[in-house]
Design a binder for this molecule. Structure first.
Ligand code: BG6
Length: 462
């Protein structure tokens, strides 16, 4: 018999998505970097499907939220698109129609007895802020982000209790400045590290505004969403461990430490200084970081990071993180072949214990976990329902390790799937589907998959 899992009372069972991945770009006053990239290079997107319509949440949100509630979820995360809400980035003047749209969405989430978690940035920098000021490299853009955050708290702080500043900020650094999967596809280690620093400052600035807001005074909480990809060393050799510590410092602790402890690790600072890629800062930044740490963490977990000492020759003339580490292709690892990601559920337990032991057991939740699968129509049964047993198995295994972490004292308050309803996934567009609910792109028809019925039952009995 399976051991009973344990999840505390009032656990947040939910699902996550983001504005740019569901809404469609209808009626936006500005383009974000993905809207623009699709315009100039549609070939970069799977089957040339861009962000114009996505799952058309802009028009369907009432029905969508009802469906999400109907599969038993009690909370829902989405993001406010900066390029949709704000008309004038300098002054923070809003686009009234879109301000009403987000207000209506939040009301509808609450009307469906779900707790809204609202995120402020999900990879969607307005493109003109890149073209005019170099985007996240510029302090001016950080100030504009602070203005945007302040506006969001003013507009919706009376209804939204849980806010997050960024989703996976390290992915912005990786995608825009290291590995070319977000526009403008720059490869520049020094600029990457400046952006890494600036995103931490931007988050702290938003938190500073939050602490001045009525929302905070009325008990609201603010966090950040990090893809804490646990780092596992190939062996216990000194060289492998050194490399895996470097990867951990650059890709995990670079946001985790400032967000929770208000400062960067000394080892990261030393590494960047030794390599002449240390960031520029301004006076007052240290205090800003120290005074504006998060109330909670959202942790996105998909796959582990396996590292070995550098064995391959360094091919870059410039400094890049990969000059220090090689990725270890562990034999016999379990893979999700569609997304190319390793499946390793135990990492969730390791995350839980890491937060408990090294981060003062700060409240946290799994803000994303899920399995993207291609061509799910293969699994349609005679009633037109996708039999996604692989997804159910995936979630059961991950939830088991989460439950173990909670039993061992980790302060986890929720589990959000990625994602309740199939959505658009950046350059992969609709290649891999993640939802409990499918979307037919031709008709926009929604159908609950087998996993959607499963999660409802699972929540009921836990
Ligand atoms: C997370 C992001 O990294 O993973 C989502 O927050 C994303 O935006 C999700 O869609 C799944 O990854 P992908 O690349 O398959 O869409």
């Amino acid at each position: 018999m399976k051991e009973k899992m344990y999840f505390p009372k009032n656990f947040l069972w939910g699902g996550a998505t983001s504005g740019p991945q569901i809404e469609g770009s209808f009626e936006k006053p500005h383009k974000n970097v993905f809207d623009y990239w699709y315009e100039i290079e549609p070939d970069k997107f799977f089957n040339k499907v861009g962000p114009n319509v996505t799952s058309d949440f802009y028009h369907n949100f009432k029905e969508d939220l009802k469906l999400i509630k109907n599969i038993g979820l009690n909370s829902f995360r989405t993001s406010i698109q900066w390029s949709r809400l704000i008309k004038n980035f300098e002054t923070g003047e809003v686009d009234e129609k879109n301000a009403k749209f987000y207000s209506d969405v939040i009301d509808e989430i609450i009307k469906n007895d779900m707790i809204p978690i609202i995120n402020l940035h999900h990879f969607d920098l307005p493109v003109e802020l890149y073209e005019k000021y170099n985007g996240w490299e510029s302090r001016k853009v950080l100030d504009m982000f602070e203005t945007f955050a302040k506006k969001c708290f003013e507009l919706y702080g009376d209804k939204v209790k849980y806010w997050t500043t960024f989703n996976e900020p390290i992915v912005v650094v990786e995608g825009q400045y290291l590995y070319k999967f977000h526009y403008p596809c720059v490869v520049d280690g020094k600029r990457a590290m400046q952006v890494l620093y600036n995103l931490n400052i931007a988050s702290a600035k938003a938190i500073k505004q939050f602490k001045k807001s009525d929302c905070f005074k009325n008990g609201g909480k603010i966090g950040i969403i990090l893809n804490l990809t646990p780092t596992y060393s190939r062996s216990n050799s000194e060289e492998d461990i050194k490399a895996s510590n470097i990867a951990d410092d650059i890709f995990n602790k670079s946001f985790l430490e400032p967000a929770t402890k208000g400062k960067f690790t000394k080892s990261l600072i030393d590494l960047l200084k030794e390599n002449n890629v240390f960031w520029d800062s301004e006076s007052g930044d240290d205090e800003l970081l120290k005074e504006n740490t998060v109330d909670f963490l959202g942790i996105n977990y998909y796959f582990p990071r396996r590292i070995k000492a550098k064995e391959t020759p360094i091919e870059n003339e410039q400094w890049l993180p990969d000059n220090h580490v090689d990725y270890y292709d562990m034999p016999n690892k379990r893979m999700n072949p569609y997304r190319g990601w390793e499946i390793y559920p135990k990492a969730i337990y390791d995350i839980a214990i890491n937060i408990k032991e090294n981060y003062n057991n700060i409240p946290w939740y799994i803000s994303e976990n899920g399995m993207g699968v291609e061509n799910e129509e293969r699994f349609l049964d005679e009633n037109g329902i996708i039999q996604d047993d692989y997804r159910i198995e995936f979630y059961e295994e991950h939830l088991k390790f989460l439950s173990d972490g909670i039993k061992d004292g980790s302060n986890c308050f929720g589990f959000h799937c990625w994602t309740p309803i199939d959505c658009w996934s950046w350059c992969n567009a609709y290649k891999n589907r993640y939802g409990y609910i499918s979307v037919d792109l031709e008709t926009q028809k929604r159908t609950i998959k087998k996993s959607g019925n499963w999660i409802k039952q699972f929540i009921n009995i836990h």
